[in-house]
Design a protein around this ligand. Sequence first.
Ligand code: PLP
Length: 554
Amino acid sequence: MNNMTTPENPSSSDLVADWQTLHRVFIRPEDEKSRKTLIKYMEQILFGLHEFLNTHVGVTEAIPLATLAQSYSDTTISREPEKKLAEIIQDIINQIAPRAVNVASPYFIGHMTSAIPFFMVHLKAITAALNQNLIKLETSKVLSVLEKQVLAKIHRMIYNLGQAFYDTHVQNADTCLGLFTNGGTTANITALWVARNQSLPEIDGFSDVEQDGMTAAMKAHGLERLVVLVSERGHYSLKKAGGILGIGSRNVISVGVNASHQIDMTDLTRQVEAFEQDRKTRIAAIVGIAGATETGSIDPLPEMARLCRKHGIHFHVDAAWGGPVMLSEKYAGLLNGIKEADSVTIDCHKQFYMPMSAGMVFFKNPNALDRIIYHAGYVNRKGSVDLGIKTLEGSREASSLILDSALKIMGSQGYALMIEHGIDTARGFAEKIRKRERFQLITAPVLNILTYRAVPRELKHHVNAAATPEQRRAVDACLNKINTDLQRIQREAGKSFVSRTCLKIHPKDNHTAVVLRSVIMNPYTDDRILNQILDEQEMILQSPEISKHMVSLS
Ligand SMILES: Cc1ncc(COP(=O)(O)O)c(C=O)c1O
């Protein structure tokens, strides 16, 4: 545990865990030598890793998972210290970083995880150094106050309820405009938790679903079923919420989508009216999506809000992905209607470009979270203003400090530039795909996500000629193999990365087809890189591994 020794120190074999060295790793460095050593470590982290990310433009080292797994199968904990901090850092730079995924690469356009501004690393280091716990004031003090302020800023971005409203609530200990969470999943669970409790309120002889549970609540309300409605494109965290909250994941019902992958309002209205007539079923919430995970599509939020208002149903908008688009004057209109939502999820580690992991959930009604208050004797006592009273998580880090600082460093204009670059570049990418003979654009980007698939020249006429669901199923079966292998081969080559998913391509079909999915949020991803990615895919298409799949149709 000789962590204060300099990196130049010889072997690790004489490292011992004793009381003296234990003290040294806990106290702050007192002398000049120790300070220099610590600064050197920070340099190693900041520049060693940064150099790696700059030089390895590719995505990851081509090494099979099975080989990796073999090198990580020792399950013993060594009694004596094995390495000094400097060695550990060097090992991470040399052995972990190249085999991790370089999500900062501009060629990495497959997922919602991407490059982050460099200052985020500094901000993350600060939150670790302060190590505040936002569960209670006693371990966070000013950060609890700051958290309320940042949440109010984002609440204002969404709802813009006027100066007087924010003056009243920004630091009001009795109300809460939102919460920082671990991510979009816990944000969605929290929103549906509140919605569930609102939809099963206290009535004669029954006080509280939170305390008495679902069986008692359903019996008291004369219900057999509680449901949540969301389009087929809903994130699977909503199903998890259904399971956890006792609603049942099957009762998170998928509503059909139109050709643009937005919720089908006719189908939704029909289902709502049917459930309203069935006195044994109650709708806990309807969820609108503002930036669907697979397609980036945005539901018709104003129409959904009207339907929810008409029937008195909680309207939740999952804007985990799309929320920050509101900072762009150019594209904010895409999220029109979001201010009608009762609750909204926004992820920080997505388009707020923060490091893993942080999300937020907001409530229009500043008292909505009163439905899930919990107290404990040692923290969050009755009458306390601790933020942990109303959070699903217990201990939480000071993510608000990172978001607040980032908003100050970037300004809304800085974020707008990144968001607009993503959307504009994705639209340009869609044009390139349309123009290339060997590709078929499946979903055009509304935001910065699009899907497409490769269609070898030899199969183009089969795609065009397929007129019935059966014919399309046969062509898609062949194209599925081609696109699955294409995506795998490109990923394994390690230079570029697009992801893949399955979507129903033709509205009349019952089957889904494999599509390639691209998410463009790295400011360095440009036309040249996108062309290279398509060129590489065209090359792979001509390989024997792909041609073998064409035999059955051609
Ligand atoms: C629309 C949407 N909602 C929720 C989530 C879940 O967020 P997280 O992974 O932060 O839990 C995601 C993640 O991709 C998402 O795209």
